[in-house]
Ligand binder design. Structure first.
Ligand code: FES
Length: 62
């Protein structure tokens, strides 16, 4: 599904970027252009990055 219409970036593209270590929206924009035009997708992009961080957080070691 396309998340950023302006740049043609899909949810899969965003998840791939997050898996490669992209954490911040500004870094995502630099890597694939998402969110760099009209900005309407930015809340969704930020949410997706946040969700990725929350699901991949490494549990503390003892
Ligand atoms: S929809 Fe992403 S910048 Fe316009």
């Amino acid at each position: 599904m396309i998340i950023c219409i302006c740049e043609g970036v899909t949810d899969r593209d965003v998840r791939d970027a997050a898996r490669r270590g992209v954490v911040k929206l500004s870094a995502l924009t630099r890597s694939c252009g998402a969110g760099g035009d009209c900005g309407q997708c930015r809340p969704d992009l930020a949410r997706m990055l946040r969700e990725h961080r929350s699901t991949t957080r490494t549990p503390p070691t003892s």
